[in-house]
Design a protein around this ligand. Structure first.
Ligand SMILES: Cc1cc2nc3c(=O)[nH]c(=O)nc-3n(C[C@H](O)[C@H](O)[C@H](O)COP(=O)(O)O)c2cc1C
Length: 195
């Protein structure tokens, strides 16, 4: 049996994003859990804000078609998100919205089917003390709406600018253990649920 394929991306395109640094800290735990990773940077997938007129006139942007293919090729997804005003950043919502649209040219790799039935995990980061706890609940709600099985374990890393060491491990051993638990649970679920 091949290794479960996990798509992992941050909800920020910012070059120095804390969420991207936390994403880096997720890589070794996922690989240790036996996952095969597809690490995506949303900065490489720019798209206009979803507008139905745009979709009718020009179709789904090529960047979002490629993102749909990433989702479709995955057995599970890990999203590492910042928190914007207690919720998910527009970049992340826009990406999910575009990707949820059916593409008549490629129905198997577009629309709700690229999410439904796959497991997902959510982690968050913030420079503040709360670690983006509020975005975790909004994000799991949205992914659940899309039909994903969001694993119960989650982690919000506060003071994220100082929480991750040079070795890309979380300095707090309890948080590192939680991250490893999430990576293990997601990889196990992805292996069991894949078609
Ligand atoms: C529009 C906006 C809203 C924000 N709202 C929150 C918030 O609700 N909670 C929080 O902890 N940080 C909030 N922040 C601060 C972000 O956590 C901080 O800018 C973070 O570094 C952004 O994520 P990134 O580093 O992954 O790009 C907000 C930042 C912006 C720009």
């Amino acid at each position: 049996m091949s290794a479960p394929r996990i798509l992992i991306f941050a909800g920020s395109a910012r070059r120095e994003a804390l969420s991207k640094r936390l994403l880096s800290a997720c890589i070794r735990p996922l690989e240790s859990a036996g996952a095969q990773l597809n690490v995506v940077d949303l900065a490489d997938y720019p798209a206009p804000l979803y507008n139905g007129d745009l979709e009718v006139e020009s179709g789904i942007p090529v960047s979002m078609v490629t993102m749909q293919q990433h989702f479709a090729a995955s057995d599970g997804v890990l999203v590492v998100s910042p928190e914007y005003n207690g919720s998910i950043p527009p970049l992340l919502k826009n990406t999910l919205d575009w990707c949820s649209r059916p593409n008549p040219a490629d129905p198997e790799r577009s629309g709700g089917g690229i999410f439904a039935g796959r497991p997902a995990a959510v982690v968050a980061s913030s420079p503040g003390p709360m670690g983006g706890m509020r975005v975790l609940f909004h994000l799991r709600d949205i992914l659940g709406y899309l039909g994903m099985y969001v694993i119960p374990q989650q982690l919000g890393v506060g003071r994220a600018n100082t929480a991750i060491g040079d070795d890309l491990r979380l300095i707090d051993p309890r948080q590192q253990a939680m991250l490893e638990g999430i990576a293990s649970a997601l990889t196990t679920a992805a292996g069991k649920l894949r078609a």
